[in-house]
Design a protein around this ligand. Structure first.
Ligand code: FEO
Length: 501
């Protein structure tokens, strides 16, 4: 006779002793010498649905078991993902078996199909939770039920948040790890690297020295479903994936550039041969290319010397002025000018473009004695994402009391390391013949700055070229000025420990 069993009952019933722990210096080394045995899965059927799995080997003994979701419309209920998204999960088949992260609840059927196919009846020994945001942790409860001997390896913060989201108390089967702790699972030894705020506070990454794989959580991820091709070198990444990778990074992690820089500094001393993120393709070639993109994005350095023109217009006058400025900038020799209607372009696209471009021209009507609402939202989102080191120019429109230029500039002035190019142009309702000179002068100032023959451009280059190195731990801070109250995010040292590089 069956009885209803709660998730907590399952967890308690399946609890086994924690891995033996010993202290080695300040880090913990975990090992488990128990004999392997076949799992006794508490389900009549091993698979959630019939199927053979859709897995791919990353290495001989590390297998991709993640799933792509092509039905999703909005990632995090905010970001349009017309190309879908993948939730990446990996299994290491060693003396002990290890699962790295799980998937979103929308795709658990395919996930368990993959997992059971790869484990092929073996028990699961460890579930490493690098990131417990629900798009990666929604299947944890079911994993723990299906594999009652599995222990959860995670940070203390992850265990707390996991319980908050899923009422999933793992205290009797967790292995809490910190910076530099290791776990031996046979031929492989895993090292845990803390990565707080990339993208949540509980995030860590896991490094396997045998394969040279860094399981990098959200870092190096991308929007976009995987279509059989798992590796970045199996697709035309720069053409087909880079815009979504940039949009993913800038909108999801962009605010935390300093924390990303910390992780990049740690990665600099490690032999990383493959990056296994939790979204998007796996990187096994040309790692320097994507690392360089991350270095630019996280230091708020423009990726391209390029211009984006963003306008907010109701009856077309501001749009006409924006088009005129864009044409004149282009005529002056600037290639690939990008023009966006702020009302028609999703703000996540605009944020990504702002991270790419060195120069941003803003043209807005005056609305309710302020900035046009979609333009204001865009600018406040830029501020929230900590954008820095850009050149801004302004066009304002107001039929009787234009104020949007002044108010846009007030927001831009709050961004770090930014400068203003040219004089704000004011139009009334529609550009008149008398406005042509001012619009031309603004376009000339922008194009001269982009093409490198103005003091404004030199100011931007100077603003992004300074670096200070922490003499205690090697962390590198980049920006125009080291703040007086700055503390090293890695070791906590004050500014006296920093030397300009
Ligand atoms: Fe893909 Fe921060 O979760």
């Amino acid at each position: 006779m069956s009885r209803e069993i709660t998730r907590r009952d399952f967890l308690k019933a399946g609890a086994v002793g924690l891995a033996a722990t010993s202290m080695l210096g300040s880090v913990k080394v975990f090992a488990d010498e128990k004999e392997d045995k076949k799992a006794e899965i508490p389900f009549a059927g091993k698979k959630k649905f019939a199927g053979i799995g859709s897995c791919r080997n990353v290495t001989e003994d590390i297998v991709y078991v993640g799933v792509s979701d092509r039905r999703i419309q909005l990632f995090e209920n905010v970001y349009p993902v017309p190309r879908g998204v993948s939730y990446n999960s990996y299994v290491l088949l060693d003396k002990k078996t290890v699962l790295f992260d799980t998937v979103d609840r929308s795709v658990t059927g395919q996930f368990f199909e993959n997992l059971t196919a790869v484990l092929d009846g073996q028990k699961l020994d460890y579930l490493v939770v690098n990131h417990m945001e629900p798009d990666h942790s929604s299947a944890i409860s079911e994993v723990l039920v299906r594999y009652p001997e599995a222990k959860v390896v995670c940070t203390k913060a992850a265990s707390v948040i996991l319980n908050q989201f899923f009422a999933c108390d793992i205290s009797d089967r967790s292995v809490i790890v910190g910076e530099g702790d290791t776990l031996n699972v046979g031929n492989h030894t895993l090292t845990f690297v803390m990565a707080p705020m990339v993208h949540w506070p509980e995030v860590m990454m896991t490094y396997d020295s045998v394969s040279g794989i860094l399981f990098s959580a959200d870092a190096f991820g991308s929007f976009g479903a995987l279509n059989g091709n798992l590796f970045a070198d199996e697709v035309n990444f720069e053409k087909d994936w880079l815009p979504d990778a940039r949009r993913y990074y800038c909108n999801i992690v962009g605010k935390y550039g300093q924390q990303v820089q910390s992780v990049l500094a740690k990665a600099g001393g490690v032999d990383i041969r493959t990056l296994c993120p939790t979204h998007g393709p796996v990187w096994r070639k040309d790692l320097g290319w994507i690392l360089n993109k991350y270095s630019l994005w996280s230091s708020y350095t423009p990726e391209d010397k390029a211009v984006m023109v963003v306008y907010g217009s109701v009856y077309g006058g501001t749009e006409s002025a924006a088009n005129a400025v864009a044409a004149k900038i282009s005529q002056a020799g600037v290639a690939d000018v990008a023009v966006y209607d702020v009302s028609k372009t999703h703000v996540s696209e605009l944020i990504a473009e702002a991270f790419r471009c060195s120069h941003i021209v803003l043209a807005s009507i005056t609305y309710n004695m302020g900035i046009f609402t979609p333009m204001k939202n865009f600018l406040l989102d830029l501020e929230a994402h900590n954008l820095q080191n850009r050149c801004f120019s302004f066009v304002e429109n107001g039929s009787w009391s234009p104020v949007s230029g002044k108010q846009m500039r007030e927001i831009v002035d709050r961004l770090g390391g930014c400068s203003v190019v040219g004089k704000t142009v004011t139009i009334k309702s529609s550009p008149a013949s008398g406005d042509s000179t001012a619009l031309t002068e603004l376009a000339e100032a922008v194009s001269a700055s982009v093409l490198g023959n103005s003091t404004s451009q030199k100011k931007v280059e100077a603003a992004v070229s300074k670096k200070w190195v922490c003499t205690v731990c090697g962390y590198v801070y980049e920006g125009d000025k080291l703040p007086e109250d700055y503390k090293c995010p890695l070791c906590g040292a004050g500014i006296n420990a920093f030397k300009e590089a």
